[in-house]
Design a protein around this ligand. Structure first.
Ligand code: UD1
Length: 463
């Protein structure tokens, strides 16, 4: 868990790591390459370790080199099973489905199962793969997919909540091996999908239209391994910019692709933040007070759902009322009750939260429920008066490389401690007096409640 002493402004310079959500599908796509792939900028995260284990179980060697590069080689191409024990730890493991089917013609991948941010089916992934000619059955919690030869076709991949990011990745990785031409319409336009497409093209794939909802793929026989560098993590960058806005101060964030953050930067400017952009650096100056604003999380280029929780934490300190809606994951609001333990004033209404801004948040003991919720709680703790304890920060370790170290280098006070009750800071313990039962003062206290008689009850009854 983290013990955070709030109220310290952030000043200095931090650098953003490579994007988790780009690295994971790219690592999975290395399954389909001939030779040794060298990936640079892959962050050192629990999710990367988990996917490395999945890939090793699928006959890959995966090694982190001294210079930080990740080397992957398909040593045994007979294996096709991604086991439940691994997939349940990280649903992005499902990204191996498309590459396995495309290259090895078979895949047996556990269905990912439940998730804290809402219902997350993979029906669109399966629809796309079936359209390419794969035979797919679901049995005992596993997806069994088989195809002697995939055949190019026209696929519509939109769903009730818009496009699918990992679904587009899976269908793309299979379609690059399909005979003839495939088109994918309503494809996801996220920068991470573009990055995967560029990586596949560098290996010899023929994909056009990356970054648009219409992809056109000309099938090829083989992909040859290459060296590739993944894009910077736009969600980490957004989290750092919001951290400085909430804690106060001035922070320079390096290794950012500002285009990827256009929607987040727009929100920050609307709430009063000073933003300067120079090349791949974004400098943020916190305002005296934060203005309220209504925002909606949407597929790219909209505000990312992965920043919704952090922006909710920010707007909980704004002057006035804000409405935050999530149209990608309409149930992604687990962070709200915990933010309320820190003094936030938030009411949930369907896919929205209505936030009445408060002047200050106060330190409290809170529990992280998922990756981005834990980031939101950490940001709230940095801005809060007093000390906070954040439990279950293993969620944070899944997706942020050295976040507490980076924040401590620019002025935060975050200490990682073992999750033991005795480490609760004294400032969060109740005093002896606060723990006493309320004393009953018979002179001032109101008379005890009187039960209604039968006739009184009849008079009060709603007719
Ligand atoms: C990816 C990201 C995740 C991010 C999400 C939305 C990775 C590893 N994870 O997740 O961090 O929050 O995109 O930007 O890249 N849906 C269906 N059927 C499907 C697939 C999805 O109905 O077959 C729905 C989902 O329930 C959700 C919406 O579509 O409501 C978007 O989900 P999707 O883009 O697939 O999310 P992921 O790829 O799982």
């Amino acid at each position: 868990m983290f013990v955070v002493r709030g109220g310290r402004p952030l000043r200095g310079r931090v650098s953003v790591s490579g994007a988790k959500n780009a690295a994971l599908p790219i690592m999975a796509a290395a399954l389909a390459a001939r030779g040794t792939t060298v990936l640079r900028g892959v962050p050192d995260l629990v999710d990367v370790t988990t996917l490395s284990q999945v890939l090793q179980s699928l006959g890959m060697t995966v090694e982190r080199q001294a210079d930080g590069a990740l080397e992957l080689t398909a040593a045994d191409e007979q294996r096709c099973l991604a086991d439940y024990e691994m997939v349940r730890r990280m649903r992005a493991s499902v990204c191996v489905l498309g590459p396995l089917l495309g290259r090895r013609g078979r895949a047996c991948v556990s269905l990912p199962g439940g998730c804290n941010i809402g219902h997350r089916p993979i029906d669109l992934h399966l629809k796309g793969l079936r359209a390419l000619g794969a035979e797919i059955t679901i049995d005992r919690g596993y997806v069994f997919a088989r195809a002697d030869k995939l055949v190019g076709t026209d696929i519509y991949l939109g769903g009730s909540f818009g496009s699918t990011v990992t679904g587009t990745c899976n269908v793309l990785c299979a379609a690059v091996f399909a005979k003839g031409t495939t088109t994918i319409s309503a494809a996801a336009c996220e920068p991470e999908v573009i990055d995967l497409g560029r990586y596949l093209n560098a290996m010899g794939a023929k994909i056009e239209g990356l970054g648009t909802p219409l992809l056109r793929i000309q099938g090829v026989e083989e992909l040859n391994a290459v060296e590739y560098t993944v894009i910077p993590d736009r969600i980490e960058a957004a989290t750092l910019l919001i951290a400085a806005t909430m804690a106060g101060g001035r922070l320079q964030v390096d290794n950012v692709e500002p285009m990827h953050l256009a929607a987040v930067i727009d929100v920050l400017r609307m709430v009063g933040v000073g933003i300067e952009i120079q090349g791949r650096t974004v400098c943020v100056t916190a305002p005296e007070r934060i203005r309220s604003v209504d925002i909606t999380a949407l597929p790219y280029p909209g505000i990312p759902t992965d920043v919704q929780a952090q922006l909710t934490a920010l707007l909980s300190m704004a002057d006035g009322i804000s409405v935050v809606t999530d149209k990608v994951f309409p149930d992604r609001f687990m962070h709200i009750p915990e933010l309320m333990r820190m003094g936030a004033n938030v009411r949930r209404e369907g896919a929205s939260s209505i936030i009445g801004g408060v002047k200050t948040l106060t330190g409290a003991c809170v529990m992280a429920s998922d990756l981005r919720a834990s980031a939101a709680l950490l940001l709230a703790a940095l801005a809060a008066d007093g000390e906070s304890v954040i439990r279950r920060v293993y969620h944070l370790d899944r997706g942020y490389e050295s976040l507490e170290k980076k924040l401590n280098q620019v002025g935060a006070d975050i200490v990682r401690v073992a999750d033991l009750p005795e480490t609760m800071p004294a400032s969060l313990q109740l005093s002896d007096e606060e723990q006493q039962p309320l004393a009953v003062d018979s002179s001032d206290s109101p008379p005890p409640p009187k039960f209604l008689s039968k006739s009184e009850f009849a008079r009060h009854r709603i007719k």
